[in-house]
Design a binder for this molecule. Structure first.
Ligand SMILES: C[S@@+](CC[C@H](N)C(=O)[O-])C[C@H]1O[C@@H](n2cnc3c(N)ncnc32)[C@H](O)[C@@H]1O
Length: 270
């Protein structure tokens, strides 16, 4: 390699994850929870503060409101009725704790790659001891990870942009789930539908069958539901559909396209 190319090679540009996860709680997460979430919504719900109506499939918050994304997660659990649920990137543990309070018969666990995020989760919810653990969803799949009927993430995969890590994370979530994967993410940060279809077509997903649906929460949040079996929900065939009506962010869409372009799927014979 010429000296010029070597220098250029050293300065090559890759996207990184959006945050340094080892310092994330101190750098921004704790402040964001306090200033962005807790000033507008109730983040921790005690018994009786949330209820699920099986007829409408809606979750109602009594007293202060909850964030629409969180409402969507709880509505998905109520409607899909998994016996076990696992949150990838559970951070401060609020959803694991609130889902357990709302659905006491459902066993909910959580994993996160950040030690200090899990410490924060145990400060906020001491009852989660023994149910949350260190998990890097971009590592090779581990049989130590708890299997669950439904695996979900909220605001996690959208921040993962290092090399092909988001593909690995998505494939791992499918492998960890028996029946459902719910993605509650910023849908402009990755081409989720396109990337998941490519992973499936290339043989990277553990399921034999895959259905992709749009799941809308009663509070207006949108999620992407991957299901092993057919569901009575609107099918998603493109990323344009899930982003419909949302103001485009050119920066995010460009980065999503570059992330997608890094994927090499399957085994095309030479
Ligand atoms: C924006 S926070 C969201 C936390 C939580 N889901 C919530 O809704 O409050 C993103 C979280 O994902 C975690 N995370 C990032 N990359 C991860 C990975 N590769 N595996 C597991 N967790 C990860 C971070 O440590 C952080 O706690």
């Amino acid at each position: 390699m010429s000296l010029f190319r070597q220098l250029f090679y050293k300065q090559r540009k890759f996207y990184d994850d959006d945050f340094d996860w080892d310092n994330y709680t101190a750098d921004s997460y704790h402040r964001r929870l306090k200033e962005d979430v807790e000033t507008e919504f109730r983040a921790i719900s005690n018994k009786g503060q949330l209820s699920f109506d099986a007829e409408t499939g809606h979750v109602t918050s009594h007293g202060e409101g909850i964030h629409p994304n969180h409402q969507l997660i709880f509505e998905a659990i109520g409607q899909l009725r998994p016996e076990t649920v696992h949150e990838v990137g559970c951070g401060g543990g609020d959803h694991v704790a609130n889902a357990s309070t709302l659905f006491p018969d459902v066993h909910v666990t959580g994993g996160d790659r950040g030690q200090t995020q899990l410490e924060l989760a145990l400060q906020r919810h001491p009852q989660l001891k023994g149910r949350i653990g260190i998990q890097d969803i971009t590592m090779p799949f581990s049989t130590a990870w708890p299997k669950a009927d439904m695996v979900y993430s909220q605001a996690v995969i959208m921040h993962i942009h290092t090399a092909v890590s988001h593909f690995v994370g998505l494939a791992n979530m499918v492998r960890q789930a028996n029946d459902f994967v719910l993605l509650v993410e910023n849908n402009q940060c990755h081409n989720f539908v396109r990337d998941i279809e490519a992973l499936f077509a290339g043989g990277h997903l553990a399921w034999d069958t895959l259905q992709i649906y749009r799941m809308d929460g009663s509070g207006g949040a949108r999620g992407i539901l991957l299901a092993r079996e057919a569901q009575d929900l609107p099918r998603l065939t493109s990323d344009v559909e899930i982003c419909e009506g949302v103001k485009p962010s050119m920066r995010r869409l460009k980065r999503a396209a570059e992330d997608s372009a890094r994927g090499l799927f399957g085994f095309d014979l030479a």
